[in-house]
Design a protein around this ligand. Structure first.
Ligand SMILES: [Zn+2]
Length: 308
């Protein structure tokens, strides 16, 4: 068939019209890249308003209000993520029994992972398909001054945890799980102390939303709820809009874990496990060829330690 110049321009016009009407169809891998998958780990000690153990322990009358505050902080982060274009948000309940957030209180656009035990604990669900991790309601590591309810994983078992010689609070231990899957932590909310710790460990680019300023361990000057949640929402959006600036937090492998318990009986029990060495009365150490495997071993040694 012979195509004239006029015919060509008619064809071009029709094609132009069609492409204006139909959405551009990108190749599969590019469409995948357009998705923004966000993982949120929500702890409780760093939630707006929380200053006491009674508020974070089921069975206490004060807990009922605090678990609603926890859902509200999580919802502020979820809102911020969707405003920044998130296509999928998964929330992992990360405190104690890990079933604090009432599923009915959470924004239904997000998926909730609830209950324990879970092999990756506070990071259950994270894998290499995510683009960003947010920490909500986090707290500073054991032994931090002027930090609300400071502890590392278990207040009655752990004095300190070192990985490759560096002491890490929960935020560092959990960021390294995300890092093992190549996913950066871009945001954290909690008290002023945990925000400072996050910048020191993960880098100054991590976006923070302080919701209270610790006055010792059991008191804080609180940011009013509405302002704190606006801060969480807006800063989550800011962080996700500049995703390119963040790097995953990676631990060099093989990695050496050192766990300092509270009492020597806890370290005695750890010696039942192969590959665990005694460093001193209260401290044990082991080496792992991957970080995630080592983290699971660490988590097991803490979970099985006898009470003080
Ligand atoms: Zn907690």
């Amino acid at each position: 068939m012979k195509i004239t110049i006029v015919g060509l321009s008619v064809l071009a016009a029709v094609f132009g019209l069609l492409s204006a009407v139909l959405p551009a169809r990108l190749p599969a891998e590019q469409r995948e890249a357009q998705k923004l998958k966000v993982f949120i780990s929500v702890d409780m000690e760093g939630i707006c308003g929380v200053v006491a153990v009674e508020q974070t322990t089921p069975g206490n009358p004060e807990y009922v209000a605090a678990k609603k505050w926890m859902a509200d902080d999580a919802n502020a982060a979820i809102d911020g993520a969707f405003r920044a274009g998130a296509s999928e948000v998964v929330v992992n309940d990360s405190h104690g029994s890990q079933r604090n957030i009432d599923p009915g209180d959470l924004n239904p656009k997000a998926v909730l992972i609830s209950g324990a035990p879970k092999p990756q604990s506070m990071m259950q669900g994270i894998d290499e398909t995510y683009d960003a991790v947010l920490f909500v309601g986090y707290h500073a590591g054991a032994g931090t001054q002027d930090a609300v309810l400071d502890h590392t994983i278990s207040g009655s078992v752990v004095q300190s945890i070192k990985v490759n010689g560096v002491e890490l609070p929960e935020l560092g231990l959990n960021a390294a799980i995300a890092g093992a899957y190549g996913v950066p932590v871009v945001f954290i909310s909690g008290d002023v102390a945990v925000c400072k710790q996050a910048k020191a460990i993960l880098g100054s680019e991590v976006v923070t939303a302080p919701v209270k300023d610790g006055i010792g361990r059991y008191a804080a000057r609180l940011v009013p709820f509405a302002e704190a949640r606006r801060g969480i929402r807006d800063r989550v959006s800011d962080a996700l809009r500049k995703l390119g600036q963040f790097k995953p937090y990676k631990i060099a492998t093989p990695c050496k874990f050192e766990l300092q318990y509270y009492i020597s009986a806890q370290a005695d029990m750890a010696m039942y496990f192969p590959g665990v060495q005694r460093v001193n009365a209260r401290t044990v150490a082991f080496t792992s060829d991957t970080y995630v495997k080592g983290f699971k071993m660490l988590r097991g040694l803490i979970a099985l330690a006898p009470a003080r």
